[in-house]
Design a binder for this molecule. Structure first.
Ligand code: CP
Length: 318
C-alpha cells in the first residue's frame, strides 16, 4: 500500500479487519518496523481524535512523530497554480510539500472541503498534491471527500459489537448549525457498501450524497422507517452535495435529532458518531449517554485503524 485515501486501498476488507483486531491485541509488537522512521502529520484543519490517535499509532510502531499545523505557526500556503502571490500567503504548496517530504518517511494530511469550488474539493486537489510531490507514502487524515481512517475504525467497531452475521446499519443525517463536509458520510457509505451489512441511508430530500459513494445503497427519506429493526445507527450531519446547493444548509429540522423516539423502533441499536458531536442537535443527551452508545470505543479504535494503515505503508516501503 503506497497511499491510503479510500476503502479500495485496503484490499480485502475482511483481512484488514482481522489484521486490525490482531494489532489491537498486540499493538506494541511492531516497533522494529518504525524505528528511526518519522511520521509527519500535516493539519490544515482542527482535530482532537485524529491528532492524538494517529500520533499514538505512530509511537506504537516505534516512529518519531511530528505535527505541523498549517495556518497556526507555519507560513500560510497558496494552493492554486498560476496565482500571482501578492496576497497574505507567502509560500506555495508546491515548494512546501517536497520540503515536508524531505524530513519524513510517511505523511498524514488533513485538508477539509472548502465549499468554494466543488471541482477543487471533489478532485481532492490538496491531498493529491501531497501524493504527487512529497515523494513519500501519504494517507488521508480526512480530506475533502473522505475520512477513511474514521470509516475503518467504524467498521472495526461494528465488527466488535455486532450480534448477527449481517447487521442492519443505518446512516442518518441530523441537524447542525454549520455547514459540514460530506467526507465522513461518504467514507462510511464507501466502507458499508463493501462490508457484509444491510446498509440504509436516510436524510431529508436535497441531502443526497454523491453516487460515487452511495453506489446504489438503499436511500429512505422517512427516518423512522429507515430505523426499523436497525442494529447500528450512525448519525452525522452534512451539507448539501448537489448543485446549485453544494455546501449549503437546507434544513435544521430538529425532528431528525436522534432521540429515544427513533431508537425505540430499532433492534436495540448501538448508537455511533465520529465525534465531535453537538448534543441535542445531532443526538440527545439521553441517547449518547445510554449504554447503547459506543462513541467512546469507536473513537478508541481510531488508534487501531491508523496503526494498521501506517504499518502497511511502512511494510510496502521496506
Ligand atoms: N472524528 C474525528 O476525525 O475527530 P477529530 O476531528 O477530532 O480528529
Amino acid at each position: 500500500m503506497r497511499t491510503y485515501t479510500n476503502v479500495k486501498d485496503l484490499g480485502d476488507l475482511k483481512a484488514a479487519v482481522k489484521e486490525a483486531l490482531e494489532v489491537k491485541a498486540n499493538r506494541y509488537s511492531y516497533k522494529a518496523l518504525g524505528t528511526d522512521k518519522t511520521l509527519l502529520m500535516v493539519f490544515f484543519n482542527s482535530s482532537l481524535r485524529t491528532r492524538l490517535s494517529t500520533q499514538k499509532a505512530g509511537m506504537n510502531l516505534g516512529m518519531n512523530t511530528m505535527v505541523l499545523d498549517i495556518n497556526q505557526g507555519a507560513w500560510k500556503l497558496e494552493t492554486e497554480r498560476g496565482v500571482i502571490m501578492d496576497g497574505d500567503k507567502p509560500e506555495h504548496i508546491l515548494e512546501a510539500i517536497p520540503v515536508m517530504g524531505a524530513y519524513c518517511d510517511v505523511i498524514g494530511v488533513r485538508a477539509f472541503a472548502q465549499f468554494e469550488d466543488k471541482a477543487f474539493d471533489y478532485s481532492e486537489t490538496i491531498l493529491n498534491q501531497f501524493i504527487q510531490y512529497s515523494g513519500k507514502p501519504v494517507f488521508s487524515m480526512e480530506a475533502a471527500t473522505g475520512h477513511p481512517l474514521q470509516a475503518f475504525a467504524d467498521l472495526i467497531t461494528i465488527e466488535e459489537y455486532k450480534k448477527k452475521e449481517r447487521p442492519k446499519v443505518v446512516l442518518t443525517w441530523a441537524p447542525h448549525p454549520k455547514a459540514l463536509p460530506q467526507a465522513v458520510p461518504n467514507s462510511f457509505a464507501d466502507f458499508m457498501n463493501e462490508a457484509d451489512v444491510d446498509f440504509v441511508i436516510t436524510h431529508p430530500e436535497g441531502y443526497e450524497l454523491s453516487e460515487q459513494f452511495v453506489r446504489g445503497a438503499r436511500v429512505e427519506y422517512d427516518q423512522l422507517k429507515a430505523f426499523e429493526g436497525a442494529d447500528f445507527i450512525y448519525a452525522k450531519n452534512w451539507a448539501a452535495f448537489n448543485d446549485p446547493n453544494y455546501g449549503k444548509i437546507l434544513s435544521t429540522d430538529r425532528s431528525w435529532t436522534v432521540s429515544d423516539r427513533q431508537m425505540a423502533v430499532t433492534n436495540d441499536a448501538r448508537f455511533m458518531h465520529c465525534l465531535p458531536v453537538r448534543r441535542n442537535m445531532i443526538v440527545t443527551d439521553e441517547v449518547i449517554e445510554s449504554p447503547r452508545s459506543i462513541v467512546i470505543p469507536e473513537a478508541a479504535n481510531r488508534e487501531i485503524s491508523a496503526q494498521v494503515v501506517i504499518k502497511r505503508l511502512l511494510e510496502a516501503a521496506q
